[in-house]
Write a protein that binds this ligand. Structure first.
Ligand code: ATP
Ligand code: HSE
Length: 345
């Protein structure tokens, strides 16, 4: 009897909040991210933000509706399957509602609008940005209906990894974690600690150049050897450990000397026309490090000087880009990660 009274009080409260939320549109933004950062295959990732204010990430709008629907807009909307049931945003919604439904929490439906700004199969964590914007948006939207967030940060990140894994072929957090949390993140993948935020070099610029071609993450994983040699294993472990130590001690020279890729780049660069020439130009023109962003084709160059970063970005624009969908941006790390705002304002 008492439990029923509490439940009915909750329902009354939910009805009041639903009424308040009617007509309100919440917009969630999730930034582009670079996975691996050369030395941390599947374990290290960073969120990126162009310094010129360009929106580099996906946005999802949410508003109350009588039934669920998804609208897809934006520069890369036409590259996604026409059937919205296969869109990862729809899958996020259904999963989110089901997990809560299984706990007896029944929520009103939403209309979601995905603004697909990130190219698909780009190496910039495109599906991860949709997953993070959708799930963070749902969590914050329903928090306004329920009075508290349905999932805490850890629970939500677990769901993000699971959903991202459904389409990229394996669960790896190096895009969803930095995209959601911001900054540079190292995966711990423990029951109570999924990802750790690392210190960074605040004066670094990250040039990110997308060539315009598509490389599927699943295909780029398929071409990697199934075994790693003993010398490469030792080098990988040493580089990652020393890099993290160098970050904590802010030893830039040592950190930079660890930024090479023994796991993926030797195999994946064959998928990337003009990779070697681009690396050569970047390194001869002041880059501290250069590598493949995630599974490519985007490449990144790290610089400690804005002029050099701009020069490298321009050269990549003119030489690495293959078609008119490509772009190049000088970025810094996006320390905020996913954010929501009131889209009515
Ligand atoms: N909202 C979405 N955003 C991106 N991809 C989506 C989305 N919904 C469904 N997909 C599908 O998921 C797959 C994503 O493939 P993949 O993992 O290779 O790309 P990605 O996440 O864009 O890669 P990257 O991390 O390199 O940017 C594609 O087949 C794409 O059609
Ligand atoms: N760590 C993943 C990132 C995919 O964007 C990979 O390199 O396959």
């Amino acid at each position: 009897m008492e439990a029923r009274r509490v439940m009915s009080k909750q329902n009354d409260m939910q009805n009041v909040n639903e009424a308040v939320m009617r007509g309100k549109v919440l917009r969630a933004f999730a930034p582009a991210s670079t996975g691996n950062v050369s030395l941390g295959f599947d374990l290290l990732g960073a969120a990126l933000k162009p310094i010129d204010g360009t929106v580099l990430g996906d946005e999802v709008d949410l508003e109350l509706a009588s039934e669920f629907s998804l609208v897809v807009k934006g520069a890369f909307a036409h590259k996604l399957p026409a059937d919205h049931d296969t869109n990862i945003v729809t899958r996020c919604y259904r999963h989110f509602i089901k997990v809560l439904g299984d706990k007896g929490i029944v929520l009103p439906a939403v209309k979601m609008t995905l603004h697909k700004h990130l190219p698909i199969g780009s190496g910039l964590g495109s599906s991860a940005a949709s997953v993070v914007a959708a799930l963070h948006g749902l969590n914050e939207f329903y928090a306004q209906v329920l009075g508290e967030v349905p999932f805490n940060q850890h629970q939500l990140l677990l769901i993000m990894g699971e959903l991202e894994g459904q389409i990229s072929g394996s669960v790896h957090y190096d895009n969803v974690a930095p995209c959601y949390l911001g900054g540079l993140t190292l995966m711990a993948e423990q029951a109570d600690t999924l990802a750790l935020q690392l210190p960074t070099f605040k004066h670094w610029y990250w040039v990110a150049c997308y060539s315009g071609i598509t490389v599927s993450t699943a295909a780029a994983r398929e071409i990697l050897p199934k075994q790693v040699s003993m010398p490469d294993t030792l080098k990988f472990g040493r580089q990652l450990a020393v890099f993290v130590d160098a970050l904590y001690r802010q030893d830039e020279k040592l950190a930079v000397s660890m930024m090479t890729d023994v796991i993926a780049e030797p195999y994946r660069k064959s998928l990337l026309p003009y990779f070697d020439e681009s690396r050569q130009f970047a390194m001869q023109n002041g880059a501290l490090a250069f590598g493949i962003s995630g599974s490519g084709p985007t490449v990144f160059a790290v610089c400690d000087n804005l002029e050099q970063a701009q020069k490298i970005s321009l050269w990549l624009k003119e030489n690495y880009i293959q078609n008119d969908t490509g772009f190049s941006h000088v970025c810094q790390l996006d320390e905020q990660g996913a954010v929501v705002k009131n889209a009515n304002a």
